[in-house]
Write a protein that binds this ligand. Structure first.
Ligand SMILES: Nc1ncnc2c1ncn2[C@@H]1O[C@H](COP(=O)(O)OP(=O)(O)O)[C@@H](O)[C@H]1O
Ligand SMILES: [Mg+2]
Length: 348
């Protein structure tokens, strides 16, 4: 069967046709765009040669290719050879003479928007919960600590003050935990700051912590101007993310830092004329599937000694900068991207 190339070429959906030996016989222009490869380069390749990674195991893919009915694989993560990543739905249908028709639809746009909304809803719910709890805990805690202090002053016996001291110390510990859960409180110290300086200082700290085993690659856009931020807090956010990366790589691997001007972008319903994207990528094993959906909740961790607060605090700080955080992760590649609107004058 011949596909009518001129028409198929105009489809927005990526279309591939495989010959009976499952090699690409035809690819339309949308497929060239999606995979970042020219028609000629793709011809004769097997499907798996067209990309770096596709989140489906070989067995499932092969049985879909061998099936005599239409099969659709939903929401697969695709990483192409030119470093792009997309979420795609892949439909595979058998054609006469053992040819196979493959359609790949990028669903990034919708998916991203719903992920973004979900992230906001999640963040908001977590914040409410934490604030409510913090309030309920802090008040009685203050009373408890005050009473222990009074008691301590009344006590003549040194042996007994040891106990009141314990009450006071433990109350302080609990208060610190609650404060950390709440994260840095608004308003911060707004001033013009330089993102590259922050990336440098936090990555140096990370490298020190990992005893120099981590390689750091930089790809900075030097034209990014200084803009209004709380530098200390933003550095904390970057450090929390980098630290996770270094820990995930078990102190060995490559941390790639990248900065880009992103142009206009709408974040949480507000349109910003200019946004910078800072991405931090590690070559570790990727984020465990079980925690992907709750990654930014406080106390979500899969480390024995983890607090699970790093990302929740980072998220908090980035939201206060009216920005957002994106995550892309598969084995060997975990990338957190911070989008921060450029502001030069305080408009609060
Ligand atoms: N770069 C990464 N690679 C793999 N997993 C990650 C990465 N960053 C975060 N995670 C996962 O997210 C969890 C939460 O991170 P975080 O909030 O910083 O808490 P903690 O580091 O204390 O566990 C981590 O326990 C880890 O499972
Ligand atoms: Mg952490």
């Amino acid at each position: 069967m011949e596909l009518s190339a001129p028409i198929v070429d105009h489809l927005a959906t990526a279309v591939l046709m495989l010959d009976p030996s499952r090699q690409v016989a035809y690819a339309n222009s949308a497929a060239e765009q999606l995979f970042g490869l020219g028609q000629r380069r793709m011809r004769g390749c097997t499907l798996s040669e067209l990309y770096q990674h596709l989140s489906v195991d070989a067995h499932t893919l092969n049985s879909a290719l061998g099936s005599n009915q239409l099969q659709t694989l939903y929401a697969l993560a695709l990483a192409t050879h030119d470093g792009q990543h997309h979420t795609i739905d892949l439909s595979i249908s058998p054609l006469p003479q053992q040819q196979i028709l493959i359609e790949a639809r990028a669903i990034d746009q919708q998916q991203r928007i719903s992920e973004e909304l979900q992230q906001y809803a999640q963040h908001h719910a977590a914040q409410l919960l934490v604030r409510g709890l913090a309030h309920e805990i802090k008040n009685p805690l203050g009373g408890l600590r005050g009473a222990a202090q009074l008691l301590q002053m009344e006590l003549q016996d040194n042996e007994l003050t040891e106990f009141t001291q314990i009450i006071i110390e433990q109350a302080d510990r609990l208060r610190n935990l609650v404060d950390r859960l709440l994260g840095p409180q608004y308003p911060g110290q707004w001033q013009l700051g330089n993102v590259h300086r922050l990336l440098e200082s936090s990555s140096q700290l990370c490298q020190l912590e990992s005893h120099g085993q981590i390689e750091i690659e930089r790809d900075y856009d030097p034209s990014i101007p200084d803009f209004l931020m709380d530098p200390a807090q933003l550095e904390q956010a970057l450090l929390n993310i980098m630290r996770n990366g270094c820990q995930a790589m078990q102190q060995q691997g490559t941390l790639r830092l990248r900065s880009r001007s992103h142009g206009a972008m709408t974040i949480a319903g507000t349109r910003h004329r200019q946004v910078v994207a800072l991405s931090i990528r590690d070559s570790g094993p990727g984020i465990a599937r079980e925690i992907r959906d709750t990654l930014f909740y406080p106390m979500v961790t899969d480390k024995a000694d983890g607090s699970g607060l790093g990302l929740s605090i980072a998220q908090n700080i980035v939201s206060q900068h009216q920005g957002r955080i994106d995550v892309d992760s598969w084995p060997g590649h975990t990338e957190f991207t911070l989008y921060l609107p450029l502001r030069f004058k305080e408009s609060l």
